[in-house]
Ligand binder design. Structure first.
Ligand code: APR
Length: 253
C-alpha cells in the first residue's frame, strides 16, 4: 500500500508527482467528477454527492428516458442548469498547460461538463459524452439545446425524445472514444487519476491497463486494489496548482 500524502504532507507528495511527471515519456490523465467540484458542479458519490438525493438507476437510466421522459427531463435540466455559468478552475488550466509543455499526452474524462476543453486542453476523450450536443433518441437526427431546454418534440420526427449526447446508465460508451482512451492508457508510462471514486465500469478498469507508474489525486482514499505508486489526498484544483508552480520553477520549457 503506497504512502498517502495528505495535510501537511501534500507538498512533499506533489513534489514527488512533479518528479514523476518530468521523468515520464507518455503521461495520461483520467478524471472524474471530483475534478469539477471546485467549479461548483456537485459530484455523485462524495459527501454531498448527487446520488445522495437521487437514485441514478431511476433518473439517469435509458429505461427512465424511454418510459418517463418528463422525469428524465426534469432531472437532466436540474443538473444542466447547475452547469450553466460554471467555469474551469486553476486545476483545469494546469492540466492544459502540462499538455502544452508536452508533459501529458491527453485526458480521458468521465465528466460531461466540457471544462477541460474550455480550459484549453486538446486531447480529451469524453468517455461519458458531453452536454455540447443534443439529438433525437427516436430518429437519431440532431437537435438543439433549445429543443432540449424547452422540451420540444423532435423537429424531424415529432417524438418527445430529444436528449443530450451523454451516456446514460444502461448504455454503451462511444466506441471510438473508448478504444482511443484504452490505447492511450495502455501506452502510457504514467497515469494520473484525479477526482473519481472508480466505482463505475468500464472506466474503473482503465487503471489496470496502465503498465507504468500510477498516481491517485483524490480527496478520499479509494486506492484499494489498484496498486497506486503514489497517493495524494486533497483538493484536485489546489494540488494541481501547486504542481504547476513546482513544474514552472524547474524551468522546463
Ligand atoms: N478534489 C479531489 N477529489 C474530489 C474533489 C476535489 N475537489 N471533490 C470530490 N472528490 C472525490 C470524491 O471524494 C470522490 O471520491 O472525487 C470522487 C468523485 O467520485 P464520483 O462522485 O463517484 O464521480 P465519478 O467517479 O466521476 O463517477 C463516475 O458515475 O454517476 C456516474 O456518469 C456518472 O461519470 C459519472 C460516473
Amino acid at each position: 500500500m503506497p504512502k498517502a500524502f495528505e495535510g501537511s504532507g501534500i507538498v512533499e507528495g506533489t513534489r514527488e508527482l512533479a518528479a514523476l511527471l518530468l521523468q515520464a515519456n507518455y503521461a495520461m490523465v483520467l478524471t472524474g467528477a471530483g475534478m469539477d467540484t471546485e467549479s461548483n458542479i456537485p459530484d455523485f458519490r462524495g459527501k454531498n454527492g448527487l446520488w445522495k438525493n437521487y437514485d441514478p438507476r431511476v433518473v439517469a437510466d435509458i429505461s427512465t428516458f424511454q418510459q418517463n421522459y418528463k422525469l428524465f427531463h426534469r432531472f437532466f435540466m436540474d443538473q444542466f442548469g447547475k452547469m450553466k455559468g460554471v467555469k474551469p478552475h486553476p486545476g483545469h488550466y494546469a492540466l492544459a498547460e502540462f499538455e502544452r509543455r508536452g508533459l501529458i499526452k491527453g485526458i480521458a474524462t468521465q465528466n460531461i461538463s466540457g471544462l477541460h476543453k474550455r480550459a484549453g486542453s486538446k486531447n480529451i476523450y469524453e468517455l461519458h459524452g458531453s452536454t455540447n450536443e443534443f439529438f433525437c433518441n427516436n430518429c437519431g437526427r440532431e437537435a438543439t439545446e433549445e429543443d432540449m431546454t424547452e422540451m420540444k418534440p423532435c423537429r424531424h420526427c415529432g417524438e418527445y425524445a430529444v436528449r443530450p449526447d451523454v451516456v446514460l446508465f444502461g448504455e454503451v460508451l462511444p466506441e471510438e472514444t473508448w478504444k482511443t482512451a484504452v490505447n492511450e492508457i495502455k501506452k502510457c508510462d504514467l497515469l494520473l487519476v484525479i477526482g473519481t471514486s472508480l466505482e463505475v465500469s468500464p472506466v474503473n478498469q482503465l487503471p489496470y491497463l496502465a503498465k507504468g507508474k500510477k498516481v491517485l489525486l483524490n480527496n478520499e482514499n479509494i486506492s484499494a486494489g489498484y496498486r497506486f505508486d503514489l497517493v495524494i489526498l486533497g483538493k484536485a484544483g489546489e494540488i494541481l496548482s501547486q504542481l504547476a508552480a513546482i513544474i514552472a520553477s524547474t524551468g522546463v520549457k
